[in-house]
Write a protein that binds this ligand. Structure first.
Ligand SMILES: C[S@@+](CC[C@H](N)C(=O)[O-])C[C@H]1O[C@@H](n2cnc3c(N)ncnc32)[C@H](O)[C@@H]1O
Length: 312
């Protein structure tokens, strides 16, 4: 599917909470005594506590920080959250989101595969080391997560990962599937998106061994998966607004798919975003200023959620 600024479900007035967007768990989960209701409760509770923790940290409220940290521990912490999320990666729920990423990148992958080279991919928020990407020989994957459940997953906060200093250390593909919505504040989400740009190669065309100009090339690319209500039922974010933010960071949306629960998008990185705009001061001197996106009510109404991304 090609880029589509207004997919059919965009702007739907049906009120949906973010937690309702979590896909239902498979039978296997039920046999592990993790009912669909329990799964949703664990995920929702963890998100609420993370958000409260971010707010408490922002105001340096030590007492509240300690209380919330204790509550997170007592409710099973990141381990319980990841287990509940793993249920969502199973086939009955729609499965592993990386399958769609590979489908979208099929042409690029086949070209790269023929050249004998490999694309570098960074998967942020990898709760499991095996997914569709594992069996794709044209991809060399690096996996990170706040909590690693396997030796093939590096335990690391993406926000603390050192920014690559050379093009060689950068990636052709970044995957953030259900990770941006984990970030607790609008500003931290903006920072996370801005950070993605710093990890992507400015030009992936050298990989094919020949010029890729005049062909459909989607890399370097960011694969972003969000719960659908983040972009269809938020007071502060729409897909159009997200595209404006991403454009300022140097990204253009090339693919978009929306299911009942999730929004999948692919963004090609163009390196020169509009975030830094040239301007002149009163004396006519040329300077630069950073383009800002603040919290702005775009979609008023009851029953909406408050998911928001700002660029400060
Ligand atoms: C809901 S799970 C998503 C897992 C998987 N990507 C999927 O699509 O099903 C979110 C994961 O992202 C991880 N995560 C959130 N923020 C992160 C960050 N800043 N750096 C690394 N991992 C992060 C969490 O620890 C959690 O394991």
């Amino acid at each position: 599917m090609g880029a589509n600024r207004k997919p059919s479900k965009q702007g739907s007035l049906r009120a949906k909470s973010l937690s309702a967007s979590r896909p239902r768990p498979p039978r296997a989960a039920l046999s592990q005594n993790l009912s669909s209701k329990a799964t949703r409760t664990v995920i929702r509770k963890h998100h609420v506590l993370q958000k409260q923790l971010s707010a408490a940290r922002a105001s340096s409220d030590q007492e509240t920080i300690q209380r919330i940290e204790t509550e997170i521990r007592e409710t099973g912490g990141l381990t319980a959250y990841q287990n509940a999320s793993l249920v969502g990666q199973s086939n009955p729920r729609g499965g592993d989101s990386s399958k769609l990423l590979l489908e979208w990148l099929e042409a690029d992958l086949s070209r790269i595969g023929k050249s004998g080279k490999r694309l570098r991919l960074l998967e942020v928020g990898a709760i499991h080391p095996r997914n569709a990407i594992t069996v794709q020989s044209a991809i060399e994957a690096t996996r990170i997560d706040l909590r690693s459940s396997h030796p093939d997953i590096e335990q690391q906060d993406f926000m603390d990962r050192p920014v690559p200093r050379s093009e060689d250390q950068k990636f052709d593909i970044l995957s953030l599937s259900l990770v941006l919505n984990y970030s607790g504040t609008p500003a931290s989400r903006g920072l996370m998106l801005a950070r993605c740009a710093q990890f992507l190669r400015e030009d992936s065309s050298q990989l094919s061994g020949q010029s890729l100009k005049n062909t459909t090339v989607l890399i370097p690319a960011l694969f972003l998966v969000l719960p659908l209500p983040c972009v269809t039922n938020s007071r502060y974010l729409t897909l159009d607004h997200l595209q404006d933010i991403m454009k300022a960071l140097g990204f253009a949306m090339t693919k978009c798919k929306q299911t009942q629960k999730l929004s999948y998008t692919l963004w090609q990185y163009h390196h020169h975003g509009t975030r830094i705009e040239s301007n002149t001061d009163e004396g006519g001197r040329l300077g630069v200023r950073s383009r800002r996106f603040s919290k702005q009510e775009l979609n008023p109404g009851v029953g909406r959620n408050n998911f928001c991304v700002v660029l400060e």
